[in-house]
Write a protein that binds this ligand. Sequence first.
Ligand SMILES: O=C1O[C@H](COP(=O)(O)O)[C@@H](O)[C@H](O)[C@H]1O
Length: 259
Amino acid sequence: MAFTTPQKGKTKVLKFDSEEDVAAALAKYTADLSEKSVKEKGSFSVVLSGGTLIDTLRKLVESSYKESVDWSKWLIFWVDERVVPLDHEDSNYLLAWRGFLSKVPIPPSNVYAINDKLSPEGAADEYEERLKLLVESKVLPVSNITGFPKFDLMLLGMGPDGHVASLFPSHHQRYEKKRWVTFITDSPKPPPPRITFTFPVINSASDIAMVITGAELADTTKMALGTGIAPGSTPLPCTEVSAEGELTWFLDKDAASKL
Ligand SMILES: O=C1O[C@H](COP(=O)(O)O)[C@@H](O)[C@H](O)[C@H]1O
């Protein structure tokens, strides 16, 4: 099957006075997309990150969203996961369970955690295989632009080194063009073994939210949004994010302070 070169969708940068305001806006944005997606296609596929994102999502599991969102139609995936037992303190699944999944009635069979009994390579292969089965059974659509699975919403964080998911600046995984899910055994941020979606999958999503808060991300945010990257230097991984529909940056005042 031939696919055309991915077209960049729209990018929006939203700046808020506080992290609290980012959390409120992110809850409304996610609930609105959920409503639209459930109305149009009967489901809403959401890809979570680990890190600070889960805390910033906290208002979505409070009233009135807690009652109004149709959680039964949600499908949950992870853009990256640390290859540790699911009950380990480093697990992105455990983080999401504690801060989000345990508070809303998403059917357990709609929550796609990694198989934590496998090696990093095995876990990446198995997750990719599961995604392929979901595509085959038409639970997940594919992008008719790229041929990669098309999730409704990716919720991404960013590290001070510009990494998104577990795609780090000096690691080859960020250049992967064929695999849907790959693995890393030497992540510069602990723990070292992880699996991660690749950019072709991330960038095939309908909508992407980059959720960035805190002064420690101000320099990276400035570079990422195109005002400070040194000519000739390797682009930060976060600059490669683009959605088929819309990419929205949610920034608090601290993260946006150098723009
Ligand atoms: O290790 C990871 O880091 C990134 C960024 O985390 P944050 O704490 O700086 O928000 C996160 O998006 C990713 O999912 C996670 O595995």
